[in-house]
Design a protein around this ligand. Structure first.
Ligand code: NAD
Length: 360
């Protein structure tokens, strides 16, 4: 089969790690007889340098014409880079926000996996981390508290600020459907996280998620309160499979879950819309402190490519092969500098990419 993949390498370590992800995709194409056509697109600081804006209409259009987009990361050193002297709407991150909005990417998926081989990096006690864990947090990305009406004004002479947490049933249903569909490709369990003991928006959330579950009888659904979930993530993360939640709750819980894995360079992410299209990128940033040194960890970018194969191209076997190759390299004790530990062999970014590609 032939697939069109948009490629936004971005800034900092972006080009280095995306090159390794492409090396792995090329190996997948060779072994499984696919054809991937890559279209390189600019976004972020490199687009500011070339066109004066972080995202052009041409880039948005080219993304729309792709089956999926693979991205590195964007932005520079926020204190020293001239990009951050520009007005906020012209800075690198404004490009990413605009792209997500233009493509209607409402579901953000962040798998948080602790590989048994990397349990030393985990911040939790040995008896909790011993067997590793594998959860996926799905955060609603275009509604909720971050997009509701807000204002700050004097009320009876006292400065008062209001933020609004608003969801309609259609917005909840479409993300619930995504959560169940993703769970069908994993361990078939969904934990819907809300604050239904206090918030009306959460009570509607719970009702719609429960209704949607009826179409997915194979998936086990449980509801959990956000405060209790925050505790459970550090107490017993292995109990979770897919967790689906409102924008702000997801923002906080996904960072907490990422932290307990202990290694930012290992975590991929995906942002999906109602079609099969998605934008796939590492959870970390552009790491300007290590850019251009060939020492960044490309695994988050490679695992983002695996998510692209699974969720946008429906190539489950190929996605599994990439993930298994990553695990194999870790079992063989190869490590980049950020995850280096005793008795392991340190390798560069490009060496890590080659080792993984060779094991597909
Ligand atoms: P960062 O994630 O870039 O870096 C934090 C630390 O983690 C650094 O020490 C870095 O070296 C390390 N790190 C990150 N990814 C790594 C990898 N693959 N391998 C090895 N080490 C890695 O966060 P930051 O320093 O706060 O931000 C730097 C820039 O990235 C800023 O401009 C920020 O706005 C941007 N950013 C972009 C995205 C995105 O593109 N989606 C996300 C977050 C931050």
């Amino acid at each position: 089969m032939h697939y069109r993949i948009g490629v936004i390498k971005g800034d900092g370590i972006g080009p280095e790690i995306v090159n390794e992800a492409i090396r792995v995709l090329d190996k997948v194409a060779e072994i499984y007889q696919h054809e991937f056509t890559y279209t390189e697109l600019l976004m972020g600081g490199c687009s500011i340098d070339a066109y004066g804006v972080p995202l052009t209409e041409e880039t948005i259009q080219a993304c729309r014409e792709s089956d999926a987009v693979l991205m590195g990361s964007i932005g520079g050193n926020t204190t020293t880079s001239p990009w951050y002297q520009l007005p906020p709407e012209l800075r690198p991150e404004a490009g990413l926000l605009k792209l997500r909005k233009s493509l209607n990417l409402f579901a953000n998926l962040r798998p948080c996996v602790l590989y048994p081989e990397l349990r030393g990096a985990c911040t939790l006690r040995e008896e909790i981390s011993r067997n590793g864990f594998d959860m996926l947090i799905m955060r609603e990305l275009t509604g909720g508290l971050y997009f509701g009406e807000r204002k700050t004004e004097p009320v009876d002479g006292v400065m008062t600020a209001v933020d609004t947490l608003r969801y309609n049933e259609n917005e909840i249903r479409r993300i619930a459907v995504k959560a169940f569909e993703v769970a069908m490709k994993r361990k078939k369990k969904v934990t819907s996280v809300d604050k239904a003991n206090v918030l009306d928006s959460s009570r509607l959330w719970r009702k719609i998620v429960t209704e949607t579950a009826k179409d997915y009888p194979e998936v086990t659904l449980e509801h959990a309160l956000v405060d209790s979930t925050a505790m459970q993530i550090v107490k017993n993360p292995a109990q979770f499979d897919v967790m689906v939640t409102e924008n702000m709750f997801g923002d906080i819980l996904s960072d907490e879950a990422a932290m307990v894995t202990g290694s930012l360079g290992m975590l991929p992410s995906a942002s999906l819309n109602e079609t099969k299209f998605g934008l796939y990128e590492p959870s970390g940033g552009s790491a300007p402190d290590i850019a251009g040194k060939n020492i960044a960890n490309p695994i988050a970018a490679i695992l983002s490519a695996a998510m692209l194969l699974r969720y946008s191209l429906d190539l489950q076997t190929e996605a599994d092969a990439v993930e298994k190759a990553v695990q194999k390299v870790l079992q063989e004790n190869y490590r980049t500098a950020d995850i280096m530990s005793e008795n392991c062999q340190q390798v560069s970014c490009s060496e890590m990419g080659s080792l993984i590609a060779e094991r597909i």
